[in-house]
Design a protein around this ligand. Structure first.
Ligand SMILES: Nc1ncnc2c1ncn2[C@@H]1O[C@H](COP(=O)(O)OP(=O)(O)OP(=O)(O)O)[C@@H](O)[C@H]1O
Length: 577
């Protein structure tokens, strides 16, 4: 366990962990010594000898134990805090490099549980639990040595109990281990279902499904309850066995001591002292048995953290340094193929978006348009072919260098809890207030600020949900303006917008497109017709490519799509006469 902890913390914390272990061992030994000092003190008291020197010695050891306890607690907390910091950083950095495909609903629930409870469980090992375990070994070992010094026969009796104690601990551990794993899995599944349930609230309510009707969540919680019951049924006899074995060990020492005293081999004051010692000998062992459950939980957390850290991030394969230098802002797809878990979505897609031009991506729903933009942003890696951004394979860039080339404006804009200004600043955190406001003005967010009480400082966010879909997209465009990346990937809003939002968005997009390379999943006819190039996707492949006029003249799928869209736009729902 200590090895696993050291591996997860990394070598930079090795010295700190070793120092902490040393302090805990010193504390355990001093604890044992302070127990042992009771024997001469009691012996002196009961036999009428001078007790003063022994009491003074006892006081010195007790003070030293208190100091050691303080020092080891400080070291333990320092390692615990370092563990907390390091694990958050390592998990955060690692997860940020994982392909977006890794973040399934299941994994997001488990990750939430891991970052909250799992990391705290692991932190409690160096901060608190390890000391109990180290004391459970060091203190009885010291007591044992002292027993041998006082009377070798009593020492031998105590030593002979050790293998039985060890066996009882091991047996209990193996007994509970299996239920623990099941408990871990049931807990993680419960967390997944709760996240899913919370996310799906709008749909569930729309279909009148309340908590009682959400069977998946009910089943997961019922499974969690029954696993806990099973764990308790298995663990309780185990814990009882440890307590019983410890008591039996004490009884064995008591019997040996009494028979020695009756035979006259040991005098009564010494026997009383050694029996008090035997009681203290078993105390740290019982304390260790008490924290066994917490330790196993921490080990489970450690195992799951390690599994996340062992998941390979998207590899940087490129020129040895992974620091390809971007050229002119272009996008090039060369024979790109991609599948979601065996289901092919894109096949042999090839086209180029020249620097500072606008390409409109069109095609029926499910034809792979969103997937294509996500491959360009390297949310996933293509299975076949090459995706190039600004002249280089996306796999050759360090992730931050690729992201510096791209601004992404998707439809599902996420607004964080915070002010309107904070939400724009996300595009470039170091931007000045003036730059944030200017980007906001260009994306016509200033009109939203003027409407909201509190203006730029108005608090918005998922919970507040104070902005309409069109307004959210304007915030997202402001972020892209502020980021000022040379290439923009845009998923145009499909929702019907009110005239004010529509005209604001058109202006904002026109400003964003100026001097930038734009690939847009286009839904508005004006955007499509004005593009320098139109790429039409159908069933994951490029079916037609050219300018609006060229494709109309071709009279193929695009021409049919265009006619259909125009006709649909002419439709109006009217009141029956
Ligand atoms: N994360 C995912 N896992 C599995 N399949 C997915 C995932 N995302 C999309 N798909 C599937 O891949 C196909 C292409 O989806 P994509 O979203 O790229 O199409 P689209 O052309 O953007 O559609 P729309 O215009 O409706 O947004 C669809 O059949 C979709 O069901």
């Amino acid at each position: 366990m200590i090895g696993e902890l050291g591996a997860v913390l990394g070598p930079e914390h090795g010295a700190r962990l070793r120092r902490s272990l040393l302090a805990m061992t010193a504390y355990g030994v001093l604890q044992g010594l302070s127990f042992a000092m009771l024997v001469p003190v009691l012996r002196a008291l009961l036999s009428g000898e001078a007790v003063g020197p022994w009491l003074a010695g006892f006081a010195v050891v007790v003070v030293a134990t208190a100091v050691a306890s303080y020092v080891q607690a400080q070291y333990g907390y320092a390692v615990g805090l370092a563990a907390l910091r390091t694990l958050y950083h390592r998990l955060g950095d690692h997860v940020a490099g994982l392909p977006v495909g890794w973040f399934s609903a299941d994994r997001v629930g488990r990750l939430g549980q891991l970052v909250g409870k799992g990391v705290m469980d692991v932190m409690s090992v160096p901060a608190h639990l390890l000391q109990v375990v180290v004391s459970a070994v060091a203190a009885p070992a010291t007591v044992l040595v002292c027993m041998f010094v006082f009377d070798w026969r009593l020492g031998l009796a105590a030593l002979l109990t050790a293998p039985f104690l060890w066996l009882a601990f091991r047996w209990t551990q193996s007994l509970v281990q299996r239920s623990d794993t099941a408990m871990d899995d049931a807990g993680a599944e419960g967390a997944d279902r709760v996240v899913e349930f919370a996310r799906q609230q709008p749909s569930l309510r729309a279909f009148g499904r309340t908590a009682d009707g959400y069977d998946l969540l009910d089943d997961a919680l019922a499974r969690q309850r029954s696993t806990l019951r099973r764990l308790l049924r298995t663990a309780l006899p185990g814990l009882g066995t440890v307590a019983l074995t410890v008591q039996l060990a004490f009884t064995a020492i008591l019997i040996v001591g009494c028979s020695l005293a009756l035979g006259g081999a040991v005098d009564v004051p010494e026997l009383v002292g050694v029996l008090v010692l035997a009681v203290r000998f078993t105390e740290p062992l019982l304390a260790a048995a008490d924290v066994g459950g917490e330790l196993r939980m921490a080990r489970g957390g450690l195992r799951r953290i390690k599994a996340v850290l062992d998941t390979p991030p998207l590899p940087v394969t490129g020129p040895a340094t992974g620091r390809a230098r971007p050229g002119e802002p272009s996008i090039e797809l060369d024979g790109v193929g991609f599948s979601y878990a065996e289901r092919p979505v894109l096949r042999d897609v090839s086209f180029t978006v020249a620097p500072r031009t606008v390409t409109a991506l069109v095609g029926p729903s499910g034809s792979g348009k969103t997937t294509l933009t996500r491959l360009i942003a390297r949310f996933w890696d293509a299975d076949a072919g090459v995706v190039r951004v600004s002249g280089n394979d996306v796999r050759d860039y360090a992730p931050e260098d690729l992201m510096a080339q791209l601004s992404i404006v998707f439809q599902d804009v996420y607004l964080f809890e915070g002010t309107l200004e904070d939400n724009i600043r996300l595009g470039r955190p170091e931007a000045t207030d003036e730059e944030v406001r200017e980007a906001g003005r260009l994306a016509r967010v200033d009109e939203i600020a003027a409407r909201l009480p509190g203006g730029w400082q108005a608090r918005i966010g998922e919970a507040g949900a104070t902005l309409s879909g069109g307004e959210r997209q304007r915030v997202s465009i402001a972020r892209a303006m502020l980021k000022d990346a040379p290439i923009v990937l845009l998923d145009e809003a499909t929702a019907a917008l009110d005239p004010e939002n529509e005209s604001a968005l058109i202006d904002a997009l026109a400003t964003l497109a100026r001097d930038r390379t734009l690939l847009v999943i286009a839904h508005r006819l004006t955007t499509i017709a004005a593009a320098d190039q139109i790429v039409m996707l159908g069933d994951g492949a490029v079916v037609e490519r050219g300018t609006h006029q060229e494709l109309l003249d071709l009279g193929g799928r695009y021409a049919a799509f265009w006619t259909e869209r125009k006709r649909a736009r002419g439709w109006r729902l009217t009141q029956p006469a």
